[in-house]
Design a protein around this ligand. Sequence first.
Ligand code: NAD
Length: 326
Amino acid sequence: MTIGSQGRILVTGALGQIGSELIPALRARYGEDRVVAADIRMPPAGAGKGDSLFEHLDCTQLRQIQDVVRRYRIETIYHLAGLLSAVAEERPQVAWNVNMGGLYRMLEVARQHRCALFFPSSIGAFGPTTPRDGTPQDTIQRPTTIYGITKLTGELLCDYYFRRFGVDTRGLRLPGIISYLTPPGGGTTDYAVEIFYQAIRYRHYTCFLRGDTRLDMMYMPDTIRAMMALMEADPAGLTHRNAFNVTAMSFTPSELAAEIRKHIPDFAIDYEVDPVRQSIADSWPQSLDDSAARTEWNWAPNYDMARMTSDMLDKIRAKLQSTSTV
Ligand code: NAD
């Protein structure tokens, strides 16, 4: 088991879609005082109140990382800070600097302080020449987006730090993540979150991807479970350390709309395709083969599209009701 009983865990990009749910889960499992949250943004007023373990940290600044890791005696790092696919394509130079510069510095600090490091790769690490159906664990990777290039390079760099320096690096190739707590940060699969809010509020959604665009997705509870399970897995069983394909469902916008219609019969969807995000989606796989994760550390999702849809609608309705009564 990687996460021992003493040292602390650092989560960068803590205020993002994934970090905001990973932190409470880690604190529930390992103890409140063992998880340090860090982000380049400050928590919104009220949200981080009482969180004495929040650090303002720019992951491209080596000194800042060293200071936090030393002060808290960090043993494990979940390095989530980064720019997502659509945002990265708008600002490729910044994306390279944050995604690659940030990861390189985190790895250097992990090497110096003997920390384990989790790196979230993505289905974006594949490209148009990758087999799109049943995408194998080990296959052609020629991504055409700056996001994908940083994710593929990150996978290789993590492998290198393990082989060359013995840093305990591990990672997942995450599909689109669906959740209701924190809005997504500018990815190509954001439609699969927005659609639920619009369905409840207006019974109508205009989707920025074509109706037949099939992509892998995963519900947040499965994502958090996968990240924690991989970091706890017996290293002796791991062959693919840094880039495990993981998926839970694969659907198109029109299939998701049909599933929502089972709960909201008059829900309607139409399409205004954004050429940038459509071309990113068209370069990604349609369905991953995640058998390596299933074999090497017993990965199995709990949520399919039907179960996720029902839970999202319940949770968002409750959230909108509680905010409207405040
Ligand atoms: P997000 O955009 O919601 O959050 C990213 C966080 O990083 C933000 O809070 C931002 O303030 C912070 N950040 C940006 N630049 C920083 C810097 N220089 N220093 C410190 N913090 C900085 O992203 P997310 O959805 O939570 O994703 C987390 C990670 O998972 C990313 O690496 C992303 O590429 C990867 N991932 C996400 C998805 C998804 O669908 N959400 C899918 C595959 C992979």
